[in-house]
Design a protein around this ligand. Structure first.
Ligand code: ADP
Ligand code: ZN
Length: 746
């Protein structure tokens, strides 16, 4: 089998994602390979596909037990023989794995780096054929990475002790040059093919909020997510905050659990499992939580506090949307977070055992990183763009999917306001913090100002009608632009950079996006358009399957796969294989039951097709492909003979497809046909009592032979079906060309 056939057969994916194919090809050619891809981009596939295609066993070195269990569990579900060796195995289990390995049962074995120098493992490794060594989370080898693991340094020694040095491949999400160099040098990679993919994660929506009351804001957010049954992580900067937030959520009736280094190992493990198995859908945690958590259905990550740097932020936020579903990454910012961040950096400086110059250098670097993180929250530019540029990538000015791009506020001229603020900082002697500057500008009558004579300087009260919030926003922009410098320390004061003179002289015009004081229009949360009832049925079935085997639900199918089923409604094994994430093994194990559930549902709800929307049609294909598909349909439709009976749309669509012998998705075709019938006035969307909307007939329906019929289901519930007579079937088939042209222009 070729590599893309393996991808489909075992993993159920139609095509490789960005970078995957190049990495797979390089590994297959026998060359050492380093892949740098953001979290969720799909690194595992890059070494798993070649592992299945080469003789022998691939050894995957992975830092965390939970990560290994997860990976192996998922592989086994996909029909791939894999095992792990780590300290969680009993002696007997260990020997069983070794026996199986010798008997050639596995294609992939995961091991903890600490195992590499154990005699038992070395003995095994020398006796079996090893197809490659893969180092997962390879940045752990570098002291410059966030999670240094000294035992990673043993990897080259291990490789050298094998009778034949296998290909070595390494994967990480850490982008910095320095870490990359460390990986290549310390792993002793030979002339490695290195590929760094784009860091953009298109399915993630980024947002920064500055709530005056974080607790209340969080509750609002969580209430909305919880209603949709979504699972997510809330990161807090301290253990204490984790405790408080978790406790508050639990009291509010939300399924929340917690994780931080202060809990016993037992509790951490139990809570993590509750989360992974969806018994508790919300995890409140410090940054101790997350490495190795591959839970694919996390659809929101909220930072209750600003993290210490953009690297950490992107890694933590990136745990959302791993299966490609649209997901939210929201940061609740407050100025206090910056103070806490500085405090923590200085504390670790004081406690540092490094030589003083190095400690001081580290401190400066960390403060710089913190400042860059703060700018993310305050700069008012496209958030995604900011992150990508931070990692050295080019990015457009607007991404269209972050709170800045989606907000209504426009770039406005802030030159005059900026001049007032700069002038005030200057006249007050560059000795005060932002609060005092605001007070002066707004003409506060506080005693502090009069005592220091600040109420007599010329800028006193010149922004009396501007809100403090707005002044602060503009001041922050001035910091971002480099005109104002905020000193470090417990009481930071504002000073002017030399460049500020240009602004004061009126030589430059400043523009910025300043959020309105009024509450911004809330963006609609991005979720798959799906049939919620069918989704619910499928989720329950998935849960049942998962419980029987005691595996997390997403091992069976990801949410993205279920959403795809709702959209395509597969009713044959071939159609089921078309679902993203369904390969041979999953078809065999679960196909029949899921198909049955979908069929049952369709029979009870023939008219409850997903609401027609432009988005779903547009997602189908590019206009050109769409028009081509319809042209083929039209060409092939000569053989179509309508049924003598009145049929449902589902039957009509599938007989059209069969007659034309063209490979198009039934659900997509149906959506387009619906859309056309509605636009021509032969159908309309009508509300269906408590059930949302459905398609219904119009006064014109009878002209072409479309009519309604009411049926009573065994439950006693009444449904209205729309039926298509022989005449209507013929009419629709004859108009496929017109339908296609309309679809192309949607
Ligand atoms: P990473 O290790 O890079 O964080 P994973 O390997 O865990 O990412 O993959 C993230 C998700 O993307 C998984 O659910 C995986 O099954 C899915 N995935 C990987 N490759 C593809 C692909 N070619 N098409 C669709 N989904 C994919
Ligand atoms: Zn944006």
């Amino acid at each position: 089998m070729r590599h893309n056939e393996i991808l489909k057969q075992y993993f159920g994916y139609e095509s490789f994602r960005e970078g995957q194919e190049e990495l797979v090809t390089s590994i297959l050619s026998g060359r050492d390979t380093l892949g740098v891809m953001p979290t969720g981009a799909g690194k595992s596939v890059c070494y798993q596909v070649p592992a299945l295609m080469t003789e022998g066993i691939a050894i995957v070195i992975s830092p965390l037990i939970s990560l290994m269990q997860d990976q192996v569990g998922a592989l086994v579900q996909s029909g791939i023989r894999a095992a792990y060796i780590n300290s969680s195995l009993t002696q007997n289990q260990l020997y069983a794995v070794i026996r199986n390995a010798e008997a050639g049962v596995y294609k992939i074995i995961y091991v903890a780096p600490e195992r590499l120098d154990s005699e038992i493992f070395l003995n095994l490794a020398r006796r079996i054929k090893i197809s490659m060594i893969t180092v997962d989370e390879a940045h752990c080898i570098s002291q410059w990475g966030q999670d240094f693991r000294p035992s990673y340094l043993n990897i080259p020694k291990f490789a050298a002790e094998l009778p034949e040095r296998p290909v070595i491949t390494a994967f990480t999400a850490t982008a910095t040059e320095r870490v990359r160099e460390d990986i290549i040098r310390l792993l002793e990679l030979r002339d490695p093919f290195t590929l760094v993919t784009g860091f953009d994660r298109k399915n993630l929506y980024f947002e920064v909020r500055r709530p005056s009351d974080k607790a209340a804001d969080l509750k609002r957010l969580i209430t909305a997510y919880d209603k949709e049954g979504r699972s997510g992580i809330i990161y807090c900067s301290t253990r204490k905050t984790v405790e408080e937030v978790c406790e508050r959520l639990a009291r509010g009736g939300f399924p929340a659990t917690r994780y931080h280094a202060g809990l016993s190992e037992e509790e951490r493990r139990a809570n993590q499992e509750d989360f992974i198995y969806d018994r508790k859908r919300i995890m409140v945690a410090t940054n101790a939580f997350g490495m190795g958590i591959d839970k694919s259905n996390v659809t929101f990550v909220i930072h209750y506090n600003m993290p210490k740097d953009v690297e950490s932020y992107y890694q933590e936020a990136g745990r959302a949307g791993r299966d490609g579903s649209p997901s939210d990454c929201i940061l609740l910012y407050s100025g206090r977070d910056v103070v806490t961040g500085e405090f923590l950096i200085n504390k670790s400086f004081e406690e540092s055992e490094l030589p003083p110059e190095i400690a001081e250098e580290t401190r400066r670097r960390d403060l710089k990183r913190l400042r860059d993180m703060t700018f993310y929250c305050t700069c008012g530019d496209c958030l995604r763009g900011y992150i990508l540029r931070y990692f050295g990538e080019k990015a457009p000015m607007e991404c269209g999917c972050c709170s800045v791009c989606c907000s209504d506020s426009e770039e406005v001229d802030i030159t005059v306001e900026a001049q007032k603020i700069l002038s005030c900082i200057y006249r007050a002697g560059q000795r005060y913090g932002v609060k005092t500057i605001c007070d002066i500008l707004r003409g506060s009558e506080s005693e502090k100002l009069s005592r220091s004579g600040l109420d007599r300087i010329s800028t006193y009260g010149i922004m009396a009608d501007t809100s403090e919030k707005r002044i602060r926003h503009i001041e922050e922009r001035l910091e971002n632009m480099g005109y104002v410098i905020r000193t470090e320390g417990e009481y930071p004061v504002l000073k002017l950079d030399n460049s500020a003179l240009e602004v004061l002289r009126g030589n430059v015009t400043l523009k910025a996006r300043i959020p309105e004081d009024a509450v911004k229009k809330k963006k609609e949360t991005l979720v798959y358009e799906r049939d919620p009832k069918l989704m619910d049925i499928l989720k329950k079935l998935r849960q049942k399957k998962a419980s029987i085997q005691s595996v997390p639900a997403y091992f069976i199918f990801t949410d993205a796969s279920l959403a795809d089923m709702c959209e395509k409604r597969p009713v044959t094994p071939e159609e089921f294989l078309n679902i993203s994430g369904v390969g041979g093994a999953k078809l065999e194990r679960y196909g029949a039951d899921f198909i049955k559930a979908i069929k049952d549902y369709c029979e009870g709800n023939p008219t409850a097709a997903p609401t027609v929307s432009k988005a779903s049609v547009n997602r189908m294909k590019t206009p050109v492909e769409r028009e081509k598909a319809f042209a083929e349909l039209e060409k092939g439709i000569g053989d179509f003979s309508p049924s003598e009976e009145n049929v449902h749309i589902t039957a009509l669509i599938s007989s059209i497809i069969t007659a034309a012998g063209v490979n198009v998705s039934a659900a997509n075709l149906r959506t387009v046909v619906y859309e056309w019938l509605i636009s021509e006035g032969y159908l309309q969307i009508c509300s269906d009592g408590d059930d949302g909307t459905r398609k219904g007939i119009t006064p014109r329906s009878a002209e072409i032979g479309i009519f309604e019929e009411e049926v009573t289901a065994s439950s006693g519930k009444k449904y209205t079906h729309v039926l298509y007579s022989t005449q209507a079937q013929r009419f629709i088939a004859d108009n496929l060309g017109n339908i296609g042209r309309m679809a192309a222009h949607l």
